[in-house]
Design a binder for this molecule. Sequence first.
Ligand code: AMP
Ligand code: MG
Length: 285
Amino acid sequence: MTDLPSQWTHEPRKILKFHPGSKVADVDPNSTPGYTGDKDGSEEVQAERNERFAGLQEMLYANGKSGDNRSLLLVLQGMDTAGKGGIVKHVVGAGDPMGIRYTGFGVPTEEERAHHYLWRIRKALPPGGHVGVFDRSHYEDVLVVRVHELVPQDVWEPRYDEINAFEKELADSGTTIVKCAMFVSLDEQKRRLAERLDRSDKYWKFNPADIDERLRWPDYQEAYQAVLDRTSTDHAPWFVIPCDKKWYARLAINELLIEALKGMGLSWPPAGFDVEEQKKRLAQA
Ligand code: AMP
Ligand code: MG
């Protein structure tokens, strides 16, 4: 049924799936749900699963080349230092860049602000055959925007339903959506931010505003709770990822991607030509 590595006692897609009634406050970011292994040995598992993902991703791309319109969209949401970039680099990065569409969403530009908040999101959607990765996403428009009251409540409030409808439209048009809410503890975040301030090769990752955001954690917790409560749907479920252990978060999200790709029931597209005939031609060429 599954080729899940033996260290997993539960399928990540089941154990990490957000269930109605679950509380963000109860998430233990240092836990490793469903996984019995530890850091030692995780590299080996990761390497093998990177390859599995890469194989499936190539198959998706091959199908896209043959006209299959389906795609996969990974949405990464989390506070600073949660490890979004690490997922991009160490998990999605195992795939072939040719078939991957990465987009990081920052503070909207003037042009973006002149449009509906989903405008820039739609432009970044993965074409058929591609894996799209959103490093932050349309959810910022109900997270940072809500916490900082960048627009009034009567503007952000209807967005939850609007996002559900938008994602339904995506799912119906062949995009499998995997949404990961990445949770790092305040202590671990402090350690990671301190490291960014201690190393000149990490300054580029630091933003003084990260400290302000950190101080708003209770407000963010409330905003994340609302996101999970109101936008966990059958067509686009949320997965809750404990991220204090980077190796665990990477293994977990890697498995979610593998499962999503397997769920598409892909196979290698048949040749659009007569193989024997082409072999003969090549022999004589
Ligand atoms: P980073 O992911 O570290 O590059 O930071 C990007 C920043 O852009 C974060 O502080 C986000 O909260 C912010 N951001 C992303 N989307 C929006 C948005 N729609 N409105 C306001 N700020 C945003
Ligand atoms: Mg940042």
